[in-house]
Ligand binder design. Structure first.
Ligand code: SF4
Ligand code: SF4
Length: 328
């Protein structure tokens, strides 16, 4: 029997998840709960209902048709979804006259997703790109991912795995032979802080990064690594953390790491949380200023001298106003 997976989005023409022009597949389900998560729709490993306030006509058709009695309206017409009762059947979304409701998370068989990805082959080949598995944590749906990777590799696609490292080590042993690039999230080296920011300690994550390095070397794989570190003001974006990560990368991983990306904190996902009916803890946190970002970039470059490439990407406070992307 072929495996199935829950996918939240398939993003074509992505230029941010590995080299070249890529298609990124966002798997649902994550084993961390980072306070700054930009993709809250990928946290739960099941389909969910989203509601868009600005489109809602307050006709209450959804409330009438829901077989689970999962929808209600507060006196101020605020929409309330009882997440315990909602089974994401999609009936309300189908009947909503203004398309204010949507189910996020679609089930695919391996063959269905494979066929969908083949449609992007022309621009992937032309743009020297590939396919990136992201999320969430794609390895939480391991059997599916292994089957799909094997199929795509036979078709000679460049495959990238975006992983946060908090999974069973066995997964990497089996999957790495198919993977050309690992995008590894290394967020915080202080174990206590890591637990506070993400809900889990970092021992397994760091052990898995060493394991990936050892598998690549032992099996003489051509797999390369890019490290990604989010710069969250007052959390991971501290001089102490960046310098500790830089030293670790420089000493242990320089020969197989092509790039260390410092990802500027992005505060534009509040609406995503509201649509899912959550509050976002970092709603009020401001972006880094350009000088703050430059200080962290300088620290990264001086602490990780052996690394080939260190870049900052994302928004800074001033640039957000001009709505520009930066890299350096
Ligand atoms: S059916 Fe759609 S438009 Fe009507 S109340 Fe529900 S979400 Fe709003
Ligand atoms: S998705 Fe189904 S169960 Fe959930 S609120 Fe809509 S109609 Fe009710």
């Amino acid at each position: 029997m072929t495996s199935k997976a829950i996918i939240s989005e398939i993003l074509s023409l992505s230029a941010h998840d590995g080299p070249g022009m890529r298609t990124t597949v966002f798997f649902k389900g994550c084993s961390l709960k980072c306070l700054w998560c930009h993709n809250p729709e990928t946290i739960k490993l099941k389909p969910e209902l989203r509601w868009e306030n600005s489109k809602c006509l307050a006709c209450k058709i959804c409330e009438e048709v829901c077989p689970m009695d999962a929808i209600s309206f507060a006196h101020d017409a605020q929409y309330i979804i009882n997440k315990e009762k909602c089974m994401a059947c999609g009936i309300c979304a189908e009947l909503c006259p203004s398309r204010a409701l949507e189910i996020v998370g679609k089930e695919y068989t391996v063959d269905e997703l494979y066929q969908r990805l083949l449609k992007d082959e022309p621009f992937i080949r032309k743009g020297d790109g590939g396919i990136t598995f992201s999320g969430g944590e794609p390895l939480l749906q391991f059997s599916f991912l292994e089957e799909l990777s094997e199929k795509l590799k036979k078709h000679n696609f460049h495959l990238a795995l975006d992983t946060a490292g908090n999974v069973e080590p066995e997964n990497y042993k089996k999957l790495l032979p198919y993977i050309d690039l690992v995008l590894f999230d290394l967020k915080e080296l202080d174990n206590r802080k890591h637990k506070k920011f993400t809900g889990a300690g970092n021992n397994r994550i760091i052990n898995n990064l060493f394991l990936i390095r050892d598998i690549i070397k032992r099996q003489k794989l051509k797999t390369r690594i890019w490290i990604r570190t989010p710069l969250i003001p007052g959390m991971t974006g501290t001089e102490e953390n960046i310098s500790a990560i830089g030293e670790l990368l420089s000493i242990e991983f320089a020969d197989i790491t092509d790039r260390w990306e410092l990802l500027g904190y992005n505060n534009m996902c509040g609406e995503k949380y509201r649509k899912l009916g959550f509050n976002w803890a970092l709603e009020e946190v401001e972006l880094l200023s350009r000088p703050e970002a430059n200080v962290l970039l300088d620290i990264a470059r001086s602490s990780a001298r052996a690394l080939k490439k260190i870049v900052f990407s994302g928004l800074t406070y001033r640039e957000e106003k001009n709505n520009k992307k930066t890299s350096g």
